[in-house]
Design a protein around this ligand. Structure first.
Ligand code: HXC
Ligand code: NAP
Length: 287
């Protein structure tokens, strides 16, 4: 495991970054690292108590300024208010990490249409709302901007049993590439990261409940034989939010230990063939 911080000191000095869903899980880990690199970080989600606790914890650990804003990304007015409050607090906003999400595993025919809405509204509508509000602000004020979207590898493969999430993340990936093409000339870069499994309370409690754990071992699907470490993801996110990635636009970067290509290859299942069988086969072939 390589979990050293990657970027040089002050690599994000003075940058103001909004992180949706930054009170927990991966958003919180990325927020922490951005703070360590000198950024001013606004964390936004629905639960005031969670945000407050995270801000206190991260400030204690990093001494950087963190600012909590209660905001439901499904609601454009709340997103607009998030932007206004962030500008009032720090003077401007330089970057947006669309990280907030909702998800659960279930056979699709068992879902109600409201269950579909719940996930699509957070993931796709929420990302659209935040990207539109920030994009308008940057363009009207002739400011540069960076958007980084958190998708996942099934944004391009699709996936059974998480169909609302797969549809929403696929939409976010299309949004990423489309806006990169349209807004690049306005000095706004738009990229995505596609993580494989990184243990978080939010994802694990919803995606790997006991019924799933009994049926599948997620570790078996990962060629490098382990889950991701939060710092590894934070390194990639911080790079894509920083000016070091100034020439990266419209890209989706996978960080999954090879999980999705393992699942995609037609012959990957041959790893079940033991060495003795390969030896036998080789002997027969030589004969
Ligand atoms: C089936 C469910 C359900 C479940 C809720 N619903 N949970 N259906 N299985 N587990 C249905 C409800 O019955 C309801 O429909 C509808 O969805 C809305 O439910 P609410 O509870 O009102 O929704 P809401 O309060 O908006 O909550 C959204 C949520 C919740 C998605 C359901 O879990 C949430 O807030 N999650 C945020 C955090 C999260 O999910 N993190 C994980 C991200 S991990 P009816 O018809 O009954 O009214 C991730 C990883 C990807 O994305 C890749 C991993 C490798
Ligand atoms: P998590 O801790 O559950 O994070 C989800 C966050 O979204 C929570 O902080 C939640 O906060 C926020 N949120 C949900 N609905 C919201 C809304 N309507 N408005 C504003 N905020 C909202 O899960 P995680 O594992 O860290 O996931 C973070 C991101 O990584 C997600 O985009 C997820 O799809 C992606 N991802 C995770 C994994 C993994 O293995 N963990 C793999 C691939 C991709 P509130 O409840 O306070 O609103």
């Amino acid at each position: 495991m390589y979990n050293e911080p990657m970027l040089r000191e002050n690599a994000l000095l003075g940058k103001c970054i909004i992180i949706t869903g930054g009170g927990t899980g991966l958003g919180k880990s990325i927020a922490k690292y951005c703070g360590e690199l000198g950024a001013h970080v606004i964390i936004a989600s629905r639960k005031a108590d969670v945000l407050e606790a995270t801000v206190n914890e991260l400030h204690e650990k990093t001494k950087a300024p963190f600012f909590p804003v209660v905001c439901d990304v499904r609601n454009y007015e709340e997103v607009d208010a998030l932007l206004r409050k962030s500008i009032e607090k720090f003077g401007r906003v330089d970057a947006l990490l669309n990280n907030a999400a909702g998800n659960f595993v279930m056979p699709t025919e068992r879902l109600s249409h409201r269950a579909f809405d719940a996930v699509i509204d957070i993931v796709l509508r929420g990302t659209c709302n935040c990207s539109l509000a920030l994009g308008k602000y940057w363009i009207e004020n002739k400011l540069p901007g960076v958007i980084l979207n958190v998708v996942t590898t099934y944004a391009f493969t699709g996936s059974a049993y998480v169909v609302p999430s797969a549809a929403a993340k696929g939409g976010v990936l299309a949004l990423t590439r489309s806006l990169a093409a349209e807004w690049g000339r306005k000095n706004i870069r738009v990229n995505a990261i596609a993580p494989g499994p990184f243990p978080t309370e939010g994802a694990w409690s919803r995606l790997f409940p006991p019924v799933v754990q009994e049926a599948v071992d997620p570790m078996k699907r990962i060629p490098v034989g382990r889950f991701g470490d939060h710092q590894e993801l934070a390194n990639l996110a911080a790079y894509l939010l920083s000016d070091f990635s100034a020439y990266v636009n419209g890209e989706v970067m996978v960080i999954d230990g090879g999980e999705w290509v393992h699942g995609a290859g037609q012959f990957t299942g041959l790893e079940a063939v033991p060495d003795e069988l390969w030896d036998m086969w080789e002997k027969m072939r030589k004969k």
